[in-house]
Design a protein around this ligand. Structure first.
Ligand SMILES: Nc1ncnc2c1ncn2[C@@H]1O[C@H](COP(=O)(O)OP(=O)(O)OP(=O)(O)O)[C@@H](O)[C@H]1O
Length: 579
């Protein structure tokens, strides 16, 4: 628990003071709640001693009144201080993690990492926000109550107090073992849960294939994982119950001892009936806060795991982008690669000692087998990745010395997968240039051949696109991306398989949009279809990250065997028909 509180305080920053204040009020509330039992003892003593007069009644009534007012005030401040802090802290966390992940390298965002981040933003931050203050408040309350109870008990009769405390030692030892065993059980439960989520997701995402091939075993696997999770949860709960019972029994040893020995002390005349009665009542109440600690263990474990996930993101190193501050405003760009190499993992090179140059206004096509490094090479140009060795020069200036925002402004990118945001069509295109007027946006849309389909949408340019642009076809999304790039009007344009997976009609329309977009620009184009790029000014042939050849189509057919083979294969597919 202490470790969890420390982790939480680490996130609190300047709000630490507010937290301490909230916890102080929580302790005062609990002390108030505990102190009422002392009044009860005094009242029992007076009643049994026959000294309960009218004045005493007024005295007790006043004390109860003061207690109620104090309890109310402390409770009010506890709630008022606690609630807003966790919401404000998690708001800050959400924003700071969002800012942090923006600094991660592009290749960090694999499917796994995206689902991990989604779970962090929804489950972990949400859990901490909703529960952690309550868990810590419960702990502080338990501790404050235990301390105040101890003081009272020792004040009334130290012998009986010691007897009542006897159960705490075995209880504590048991708690230590309980923690270890529950962590193990919790791990197993979590693993089963992950396996269940994975197989259920696979089941849902693969539904098309499952139906087409009648893969009954896929459903069975998901069923098995669901059963596994249910069994693990059952095991977790029954282990928790068993430990809980053992812990309660240990604690209550003190109660039996104090009641038993209390009788003989009473008989020997050294213990008053009021004290015996008081310890009998306190014996039942005394262990409640300690039992509550045990009960909150599962929640504490989950909060701990969520806090670990949050700090794990904070501890990840930022992207190692070498950023300079030299301004870059040239309207045309000559791009030069000088012996550039890059590796994602520091072991396998994805781009290996590449050198070439591209003159302003020319088209450079990148071709090669899957995994040969084409996309990696493209991502090096706008600085999404930084070369490990070698340099990329823009008009003779090393890109790593340039102001990053200037560099990004000089490059437009059209990826194969286009992401549209949940916003109007107008704003989705305007992302290419935030200062563009509506007229300029529409102009760009016309050039990109998307005006026609946008006009047909229910509210035209004001139609809100759903997240990711799922309501639009692949071809329509591509055209929006081209409109964005036309609006951005950068001297360098990167096209990463912009024409793949499109039908012939869409490909023709998009090609027209692309022609409009690339006029006078320095273009880098990745394509798997050689016939699309055979007129490029130069074609780079890549294999395993290395440059196999560079030149025009006819030249490469003569000099680079890989290119020749790719061309022949493409032509043989063209002639392929069902027999
Ligand atoms: N995010 C990443 N993390 C680690 N390795 C990566 C990552 N992206 C690509 N790679 C690896 O780098 C190499 C080059 O990949 P790249 O995507 O650049 O090839 P490509 O020629 O564009 O492939 P494709 O034509 O299939 O898109 C491959 O071996 C690939 O597995």
């Amino acid at each position: 628990m202490i470790a969890m509180i420390r982790k939480f305080l680490d996130l609190a920053g300047e709000r630490k003071k507010q937290l301490y204040l909230a916890w102080l009020f929580q302790a005062l509330t609990s002390i108030c709640e505990g102190a009422i039992y002392f009044m009860l003892f005094l009242a029992i003593k007076d009643i049994l001693g026959g000294s309960f007069t009218k004045e005493k009644l007024i005295q007790y009534s006043l004390m109860f009144l003061i207690y109620t007012v104090l309890h109310f005030v402390f409770y009010y401040f506890t709630i008022a201080k606690q609630r807003p802090v966790s919401y404000a802290m998690m708001r800050d966390e959400r924003l700071s993690i969002a800012a942090k992940i923006k600094r991660f390298p592009l290749h960090y965002f694999t499917k796994d990492k995206i689902s991990q981040l989604t779970s962090l933003f929804t489950t972990d931050l949400g859990f901490v926000e909703m529960n952690i203050m309550e868990i810590i408040a419960g702990f502080i309350s338990s501790m404050a109550m235990t301390v105040i109870f101890d003081l009272m008990l020792f004040l009334v009769d130290w012998r009986m107090a010691l007897l009542l405390l006897v159960g705490i030692i075995p209880g504590y030892l048991l708690y230590q073992r309980f923690q270890k065993s529950m962590v193990q059980c919790g791990e197993q439960k979590k693993n089963c849960q992950v396996a269940m989520i994975d197989s259920t997701l696979e089941y849902v995402q693969g539904m098309e294939t499952i139906k087409a091939y009648q893969l009954e075993h896929s459903g069975k696997l998901a069923e098995k994982q669901v059963d596994g999770y249910c069994a693990a949860s059952d095991r977790y709960e029954s282990t928790l119950t068993n430990w809980n019972m053992a812990y309660k029994i240990c604690l209550n040893i003190g109660l039996f001892l104090s009641l038993g020995i209390g009788i003989s002390l009473f008989q020997s005349g050294t213990l008053s009936p009021a004290t015996y009665l008081f310890f009998a009542i306190m014996g039942i109440i005394f262990y409640r806060p300690l039992e509550a600690l045990m009960g909150s263990f599962a929640m504490m474990n989950l909060a701990n795991a969520s806090l670990d996930n949050i700090s794990e993101i904070h501890n990840l190193p930022d992207e190692k982008v070498k950023q300079g501050n030299r301004p870059f405003t040239d309207i045309q760009s000559d791009v030069q690669f000088e012996d550039v190499s890059f590796s994602y993992d520091g072991k396998r090179t994805a781009v290996n000692h590449i050198s070439f140059s591209a003159k302003p206004g020319t088209i450079t096509a990148l071709v090669g087998p899957s995994g040969s490094g084409k996309s990696t090479l493209l991502n090096l140009i706008p600085g999404f990745l930084t070369p490990e060795t070698g340099r990329i020069l823009l008009n003779g200036q090393d890109t790593t010395t340039l102001e990053h925002s200037d560099l990004i402004r000089h490059v437009s990118i059209v990826f194969q997968d286009v992401y549209l945001f949940q916003d109007t069509m107008m704003n989705n295109i305007r992302m290419g240039n935030q200062n563009a007027t509506d007229k300029q946006v529409i102009e760009a849309a016309k050039k990109a051949h998307c005006h026609e389909f946008i006009e047909k949408l229910p509210q035209g340019y004001q139609t809100v696109i759903n997240e990711g642009g799922a309501s639009l076809s692949g071809g329509e999304r591509q055209r929006v991306a081209i409109a964005r790039a036309i609006l951005k009007d950068s001297p360098i344009i990167l096209l990463d398989e912009a024409l793949s997976s499109l039908d012939a009609e869409n490909a023709v329309i998009i090609q027209k949009g692309i022609e409009e977009m690339i006029k006078g620009k320095t273009v880098f184009l990745v394509s798997h279809t050689l016939s699309y790029i055979q007129n490029a000014d130069q074609i780079l042939v890549l294999s395993d990250g290395a440059l196999q050849g560079c030149g025009k189509h006819d030249e490469l057919l003569q000099t680079v065997s890989l290119y020749k083979t790719m061309w022949e294969k493409e032509n043989s597919i063209k002639n392929w028909k069902l027999t």
